[in-house]
Every structure is written in C-alpha cells, then in structure tokens.
Write a new protein. Structure first.
Length: 321
C-alpha cells in the first residue's frame, strides 16, 4: 500500500535550542489554542455567512454569499491543512508539496531531514515544520542521500542561517562543498530551456559537510539507521536502513514515481555498472517499508515487490546485464 498521509500521534523530541513537542492532535505548538484548521472553521467552512445589512445588491448581502475577506481566510485555512506533513511511521513524516526530491522529517531524537529538495522547496520545509509546531532553528541535522541539487538545494542556507549540521557520504562531500565541479549531464532541450530560465531558483549552492559518512556508519535516528554505500547515480550515493523495523530510505537508487518501481534515472547516472551492483546489494537485505527519493512511499511488502521487479527485468540498469 502507498502512503496517503495520516497524522495524530504525540511524538516528543528535544531540539538544540529547547524542547520541541508535537501537538497531540492539531500539530501545533503547545499553548496555541487554535490550529490553522480551527481558523478555517472559524472563517465559516460549513457555517452560513451572516447577512450583511443594507441592499441585497451589495457584496456579501445574499444568503450564503461570501465576502472576499472571508474567501481569503478560508483559502489560508486550506493552505495550512495542505502543509501538514504526512505521517508514514510513528516518527517519520513526509514534507508535502516539494518540487524536487521527497523530504523526510524524522522526530524522536531531535529533528532531522533526510534530503531537502530544490532551493525553491524551502517554503515547503518552513510550512511543514510550522505545522508540526517547530521552526527551522529546531533542526539538528540534514542527511543527504547524495549531492544533487534536487536533494540539497536549501541546505547551504539552512546551515548558514540556523547552524543546522549536515551529513553526506565522504565520496560526495567534495562535490557538495564545491571542491569538485558539479557533474554535467545531457538533458532534453525543453528541460534545458526550463532550468536555464529559472536558474536563480535552482542554482547549486555548495555547503560545508559537518559529518562525512562511510559504509556501516550508524545514525542515532529512528532506532538506528545504517549507512549503506550505493554508488552509481553518484560516487557517494547512500541508502539508510533500519533493520529491526524494515525501513529503507533509498535516495535515487530506487524510485516509485507514478506507482512504477524504477532504478536511478539513466540520464543522470554516469556509472550504470556501479548502480547495477548497488541494486543487487539492496536486493539482499530485508525491508518492508520503502521511502524513495522520488515518488510514493510503500509502507508494506516493499522488499518483495522490489525483488519481483528485478526478477522480471524491470529495473534499469539491471536490464542491461
């Protein structure tokens, strides 16, 4: 089954600058009496608008007719609801409405992001944190599955402004900090025009890596995440694996866009042979929950589905062998 987003547990975690606590039901900061949904309800969803005094021809005077101010309040309430992160497990959430990669938020031991999308996804991160009762300064760590700009776009700004620590594999670290130039790829003309026109919003910003990761490292997150080195898409691509709970963060090694399980994108994968070995490596571990870099999360039976796709020859670049 795929994740649709249900919320409602009461996780607690301690942030670097004080305690952060997720509201038990509304996802708001403790002490706040009303959530954005409450504001939307107070604005009149499901309730008849009061009749304005005066002639019936005036705006808002007819029964049930909404004034522009009221419509703006309702739209604001809807936007707040849409910004609520989707609950995937008891301590892992998906930041909604990202333009680049999936952005996962892990609670329980501080606040950690796994990947961060494009630079234009910063507002989605702000909104998601706010709806959880937190702020960017409450973030402790950002773990990047690889250095590409659709996964680390806002990282430089978050690190500079809020001193958020960063972690990425040691082989991708020179690319992330700008010591080695960003790899270039051939893309379709239409996409090239699109990204060129919007370059200020997608421009890569190098950042300092606080914790270079290696194969076999463990992160004290979600009960313990093991770093698995899976090169091919980049030299330092990684997956994060929680063995006892059967959870796999796959980065771009495994994608699930439009409900179709795929390997890394061919046009952005310079080493298909290494990617093939990485896919075979992951096929040997047991996991039930797949949290991909792109596409929908799979919350049950993910490992068997993945291995079935391999057997049927549906995952590039294994189809080349």
């Amino acid at each position: 089954m795929t994740a649709k987003g249900a919320n409602g547990n009461g996780d607690r975690c301690a942030g670097r600058r004080g305690k952060w606590r997720r509201g038990a039901a509304a996802g708001v900061r403790p002490g706040k009496a009303r959530s954005c949904a409450d504001k939307s309800r107070r604005a009149g969803t499901g309730a008849e608008a009061p009749r304005a005094q005066g002639h019936e021809g005036k705006a808002g005077s007819r029964k049930g007719e909404q004034t522009p101010k009221r419509r703006r309040k309702e739209e604001k309430g809807r936007r707040c609801e849409e910004g609520m992160p989707s609950s995937l497990t008891r301590d892992i959430y998906l930041i909604n409405n990202s333009f680049g990669s999936n952005i996962y938020l892990i609670t329980g031991n501080g606040l950690t992001l796994v990947d961060a999308g494009f630079p234009v996804d910063l507002p989605a991160i702000h909104l998601g944190l706010r709806r959880m009762g937190a702020k960017p300064r409450d973030l402790d760590l950002i773990v990047a599955t690889h250095y590409h700009g659709d996964h680390v776009g806002p990282v430089a700004g978050l690190r500079k402004r809020y001193s958020v620590r960063t972690a990425i594999h040691e082989d991708d670290a020179p690319f992330a900090c700008g010591k080695i130039p960003y790899e270039r790829f051939e893309v379709e003309t239409s996409k090239l025009i699109f990204y060129t026109a919007l370059w200020p919003f997608f421009r890569y910003r190098p950042f300092t890596v606080d914790r270079p990761l290696r194969e076999g490292d463990f992160l004290d997150l979600a009960g313990g995440l093991e770093v698995i080195h899976t090169p091919g898409h980049t030299t330092g691509s990684i997956c994060l694996y929680q063995q006892s709970r059967g959870i796999l963060f796959s980065g771009d090694l495994i994608r699930n866009e439009n409900g179709v399980l795929e390997g890394p994108p061919p046009q952005f994968t310079p080493d298909p042979e290494a990617a093939s070995r990485s896919l075979e490596k992951i096929s040997e571990i047991d996991f039930e929950v797949l949290l991909p870099g792109h596409g929908e999360a799979i919350l049950g039976g993910a490992g068997e589905h993945f291995r079935s796709c391999i057997r049927k020859g549906r995952l590039w670049p294994l189809t080349l062998s």
